[in-house]
Write a protein that binds this ligand. Structure first.
Ligand code: CAA
Length: 291
């Protein structure tokens, strides 16, 4: 059934699922920009950590004069944490930012479809999984869309918007306007594995791993070469640690499977690091040691 999705001027309340780095950053952007926010995670400890991350990030922005204490105080009042989907009953849009698992995301979309109001837009922050397939488990595929923020969401200027096969113009327009309200520039991608950014970024990161794996250069020289040689803020191996090696591996598998080209096959060294629990900054060790 086609319903009328929430229009941008009617979006006052947002639900964010997943209180990791991305979910916390998205919740922060929404609260600062005047929305009532419900941040949901099944783990109360993650919610506590996310609240601290958001408070720290807001203070960093305040210390640079980018936010006033009054804006911060109002934002924190609008931010609510919950472990129950029932609190999403008034949400005009829900953005999920849980782990990159198609099964987990589909299960969540089934639940969101049942518990949110019929006009709500259901958005996914997925970095590579098909929006069309996520939409297919709901009764509202025209209101399902990809809204892909870059890490860290409060700082990075881009949001990639992905239309599934049935995403309506109204859903696209409301989502684009919301991203712009967050101060982001929008690029629009068709729904093919990896969209724009990861389709191009992940082969570079993978190639950096192959360069290390085949002994062409040290990790420091690979990173310095790309950082200073192509003016990137981080070298590709350092960036992989920042994103999470498990996340990079999972995106490469989606690219490899979805686009069917061997050029996306993950480097064995990347897979081995993940097998060893070396996931990057979040686990204390990845390509580099942060302990
Ligand atoms: N909140 C508020 N401010 C923050 C912040 C946060 N979460 N993170 C960083 N900052 C601010 C710092 O306060 C600092 O401000 P000043 O320069 O004014 O002092 C500034 O950002 C730079 O931070 P740092 O000095 O701590 O460190 P840095 O100079 O190395 O910058 C970085 C950090 C912004 C992350 C930068 O290294 C960078 O841009 N790296 C590349 C990030 C990137 O490519 N992200 C996209 C990854 S791909 C992706 O996300 C898609 C996917 O699906 C995998």
């Amino acid at each position: 059934m086609i319903r009328n999705p929430a229009k941008m001027d009617e979006i006052t309340t947002i639900g964010v699922v997943g209180a990791g780095q991305m979910g916390a950053g998205i919740a922060q952007l929404a609260a600062v920009n005047g929305l009532n926010v419900w941040l949901l995670d099944s783990d109360p400890n993650s919610l506590t950590r996310a609240t601290k991350t958001i408070a720290n990030s807001l203070q960093r922005l305040a210390s640079k004069g980018q936010l006033s204490q009054a804006v911060i105080s109002d934002a924190l009042k609008r931010l609510h944490c919950t472990t129950s989907l029932k609190d999403f009953h008034s949400a005009d849009i829900v953005i999920e930012a849980i782990a990159e698992s198609e099964v987990a995301k589909k299960n969540l979309f089934v639940e969101l479809d049942k518990t949110t109001k019929s006009s709500a837009i259901l958005a996914s922050n997925t970095s590579s999984i098909s929006i069309t397939r996520l939409a297919s488990v709901t009764s509202r595929p025209s209101q399902v869309i990809g809204m892909h923020f870059m890490n860290p969401p409060p700082i990075m200027k881009l949001v990639e918007i992905i239309r599934g096969a049935d995403t309506s113009d109204e859903t696209f327009s409301a989502t684009k306007t919301l991203a712009e309200r967050f101060g982001k520039t929008v690029v629009c991608s068709k729904d093919y594995s990896g969209f724009i950014v990861n389709r191009i970024l992940m082969p570079m990161i993978n190639e950096a791993f192959f360069t290390l794996y085949t002994g062409v250069a040290t990790k420091e020289d690979i990173d310095a070469g790309m950082k200073l040689g192509t003016n990137q803020p981080m070298g590709p191996l350092e960036l992989a640690d920042f994103i999470g090696l498990d996340v990079c591996l999972s995106i490469l598998k989606v690219l490899h499977g979805g686009l069917g080209d061997v050029k996306y096959a993950p480097c064995p060294l990347l897979a081995q690091y993940v097998d060893a629990g070396r996931l990057g900054r979040k686990s204390g060790v990845g390509v580099y040691d942060y302990r």
